[in-house]
Design a protein around this ligand. Structure first.
Ligand SMILES: Nc1ncnc2c1ncn2[C@@H]1O[C@H](COP(=O)(O)OP(=O)(O)OP(=O)(O)O)[C@@H](O)[C@H]1O
Length: 234
């Protein structure tokens, strides 16, 4: 199977100048298979968010190379990275960052506006279909404040999928939800992975949810553990 994302020798250092230089990632090699459903786990401070930011092209590594959907993504300027991000990536965060003044459907369509600058009838149709798919057909016109936490997170999930990304990056997508809602949202991500075929990389602190993924990447002190050692950790 082709890999949607390949990382080679990724190192990230912060500081320098007046502040001490710290290396947070010490040479990460990683391949995410196309259509895969993977968890990124590890203790607080191990570098998960830093790695996710690098994979999401939100931050450039100090050293190393990455390829997204076969395209060289490292060493590119902001404009190219933004274009790659809009074309290939979707993001889901713990806190959904929905815009309070806009309806669920308008929020879902924001990435389309950011990408191509206008919204077509087909985009609206896809937004409505996806909102219906996650059980929000009757809520498309409501503003975030009129929705429950789980419903808001489902709007954020649909927003991440609207542009048909090849890879969805989720940072603690269920961290802010009660356990039953968390289970439902996680199951929904899994179904969308199977139905729409896009790959997922999910940062989670919940070992049970991580275990239900196809594969687990365990990060410790800025290094990925080999799979056997990672198994012993869970
Ligand atoms: N911009 C920065 N400047 C200096 N140090 C940083 C910066 N960003 C992150 N760090 C440090 O890098 C290390 C890894 O942080 P990171 O947020 O990636 O960990 P994490 O595994 O996501 O943690 P958590 O699970 O608590 O969110 C931490 O020691 C953090 O203090």
């Amino acid at each position: 199977m082709a890999d949607v994302m390949v990382l080679q020798g990724i190192r990230q250092r912060y500081g320098g100048g007046d502040s001490p230089l710290v290396e947070v990632l010490h040479g990460i090699d990683l391949k995410l298979p196309e259509g895969g459903f993977s968890a990124l786990i590890g203790p607080s401070g191990s570098g998960k968010s830093t790695l996710l930011n690098i994979i999401g092209l939100l931050e450039s590594p100090t050293e190393g190379q990455l390829w997204l959907a076969g395209e060289q993504a490292s060493g590119q300027n902001d404009r190219v990275r933004t274009a790659l991000r809009n074309r290939y990536l979707g993001f889901i965060f713990q806190f959904h960052h929905l815009l309070p003044a806009f309806s669920a459907e308008e929020n879902v369509l924001m990435p389309v506006l950011a990408g191509v600058g206008r919204i077509s009838a087909a985009d609206r149709e896809r937004a409505r279909t996806l909102l219906a798919r996650v059980g929000l057909a009757e809520h498309a016109h409501k503003r975030p404040v009129q929705l429950s936490g789980g419903q808001q997170q489902r709007v954020a999930i649909v927003r991440a999928l609207i542009n048909r990304p090849r890879l969805v990056l989720a940072d603690e997508p269920t961290g802010n939800l009660d356990s039953q809602t968390a289970n439902e949202v996680f199951a929904l991500l899994r179904e969308l992975n199977r139905e729409e075929g896009m790959s997922f990389l999910i940062v989670t602190h919940d070992p049970r949810l991580a275990q239900s993924c196809d594969q687990q990447f365990y990060l410790q002190d800025g290094r990925l553990l080999p799979p056997a050692q990672a198994d012993e950790r869970q």
